[in-house]
Design a protein around this ligand. Structure first.
Ligand code: UN1
Length: 517
């Protein structure tokens, strides 16, 4: 059932969303902003969800000053104690999972299960970060000098900037923020202006916990604002030693350049052009399920979405037929409705980009095998609804080389395994990848040094839907950053190598002599 006006009002009320919301917060306080007002319209049917008064440059300054100031105290709170606060944040998100998940769906257009799944990622990274708060381990080394001890320790880094995209309105913030918090950093979050209410709601949930734990203002900050008012300042701000940015390659190049200019640390998670290789040794039933989720989930708007299907020629027709058959069964519509698997694209710009990509594909010699139409009538007229597309293409088509943030799956046939790997790696981006095969040689080749060149490489698992426990990110134009699990926490801390002399001599390393007499 679509959500009624009454239910929507109650939902927003429970999440602390009002008709007009401030666009900046220091965690426990909301700043009175002086930027222009924007309205958040649901991509599902265009209904207004609420308005935001954006942060101006001055408001940004107030938030960043709070983050700088709070860092002085926060860094001295013992890490397990910081972890305790993150544990309570996780509990708060756990109890709001349904409500926040629904708002994610309403504001981004993803289906309910994916909206709730996104909040689950927030909860998971909180749990992970709690454990990490007791495992900020450094190594000890054996010194070459007698009675000397060497070790390394990890210190908090400073206020960390986090820029997130529309497609994961809360999870990507949490991957960064929760790890940063246990690392002793404060956080300044600039979310996409396409999904501002999710950010407001997440900060309200977090704010209650921070308040109850008497955390000072400035530990978790939010600034919703225009690129020129907020984003550019954030990138250029030397008080922000680390800026983690998720978005397009174009955005990453600009932000990365500005951060590097001041010798700050950029952590970039940019576009993907993810492929699945399917060989004749694959379990096609599994492959079809994974491809449909990976290519159509979130309406093709994940950075991990499957964009290329590299399939062995002998099974190409069979697999394409199976996929078309599966695509026909996909219900497209209101993502809040039970059984719907694909909602709208985020906006008309995304729709235009998709249509232009398909037109370019035709001009470059490609052929549409299924879908790619704009839907009309009923709810379809109130949002950007399309049928997901399967198209025949060649890897060297310029349009295939770029990421179009839409559900277009390019099918490319291969004859030899070498060719499949070359084609797989033959794009500028390097985020996620996968192979479907039951042949151990093919799987191991794909995972070897001469195999996939991506940050994520899976076997019989889709390219999308990664768990938070691994480090998330990719190579080449994807930007090289790693977020979330594994040892990604190290990027959020400052490593210090220490040598202690407890002898009565002053020996120099490398046997150097520098005696006065
Ligand atoms: C993104 O699209 O920016 O692996 C993040 C996935 C999700 C995260 C995607 N866990 O698809």
């Amino acid at each position: 059932m679509p959500i009624s006006g009454n239910d929507l009002r109650e939902l927003l009320e429970r999440l602390g969303i009002t008709d007009l919301n401030e666009g900046a917060s220091t965690g426990v306080e909301w700043l009175e902003c002086r930027g222009g007002i924007i309205q958040s319209l649901s991509p599902i049917d265009g209904i207004p969800l609420g308005s935001i008064r954006q942060a101006s440059g001055d408001d940004y300054e107030r938030a960043v000053s709070a983050a700088v100031q709070a860092f002085e105290q926060w860094r001295m709170v013992p890490a397990p104690r910081r972890g305790e606060i993150v544990r309570r944040l996780g509990d708060a998100f756990r109890s709001c999972k349904r409500d926040l998940g629904l708002l994610v769906s309403l504001e981004s257009g993803k289906i309910r299960s994916e909206g709730e799944g996104e909040v689950q990622e927030v909860i998971d990274i909180c749990d992970f970060a709690v454990g990490q708060s007791r495992m900020l381990y450094g190594l000890t080394m054996h010194s070459e000098r007698p009675r000397h001890r060497m070790y390394e320790q990890w210190h908090p880094l400073g206020p960390v900037g986090v820029i997130t995209a529309f497609n994961f309105p809360v999870a990507v913030w949490a991957w960064n923020a929760m790890i940063a918090l246990v690392a002793g950093d404060t956080v300044l979050w600039k979310p996409s202006s396409k999904v501002p209410l999710c950010a407001v709601a997440a900060m309200k949930i977090a704010g209650r916990v921070l308040d109850a734990c008497a955390v000072p203002p400035g530990v978790l900050n939010l600034v919703i604002g225009k690129r020129e008012d907020v984003g550019d300042l954030l990138a250029a701000d030397h008080r922000i030693p680390l800026l983690s940015a998720t978005g397009s390659v174009r955005m990453g190049r600009t932000v990365g350049r500005t951060v590097m200019e001041r010798l700050g640390r950029p952590l970039l998670e940019l576009g993907g052009n993810n492929a699945v290789i399917v060989t004749k040794n694959a379990d096609l039933r599994l492959a079809v399920r994974a491809i449909v989720f990976g290519a159509v989930g979130t309406a093709g708007q994940r950075c991990t979405t499957i964009r290329r299907l590299i399939v062995e020629r002998s099974i190409r027709d069979t697999l394409v037929d199976m996929l078309i058959n599966a695509y026909r069964q996909i219900r497209i519509g209101n993502p809040i409705d039970e059984g719907v698997l694909m909602g709208p694209l985020i906006d008309r710009h995304a729709l235009k980009a998709m249509q232009e990509a398909l037109e370019t594909l035709r001009l470059q010699g490609g052929r549409i095998l299924y879908g790619g139409e704009i839907l009309s009538g009923g709810i379809y007229d109130r949002g950007a609804y399309v049928t997901p597309c399967i198209a025949e293409a060649r890897n060297d088509f310029p349009i295939v080389q770029q990421e179009t943030f839409a559900p277009i799956l390019y099918v490319i046939a291969f004859d030899t395994f070498e060719e499949a790997i070359a084609c797989h790696n033959g794009v500028p981006q390097g985020l996620s990848s996968s192979i479907f095969t039951r042949d151990i040689r093919e799987a191991e080749w794909f995972l070897s040094h001469q195999g996939s060149d991506c940050g994520i490489a899976n076997v019989n698992v889709s390219t999308s839907g990664a768990e938070i426990g691994g480090a998330f990110g990719g190579e080449k134009d994807t930007g090289g950053g790693r977020e979330a699990g594994s040892d990604a926490w190290k990027a959020y801390m400052r490593r210090q190598t220490t040598t202690i002399n407890w002898s009565e001599e002053m020996p120099l390393a490398q046997g150097i002599r520098f005696d006065l007499d």
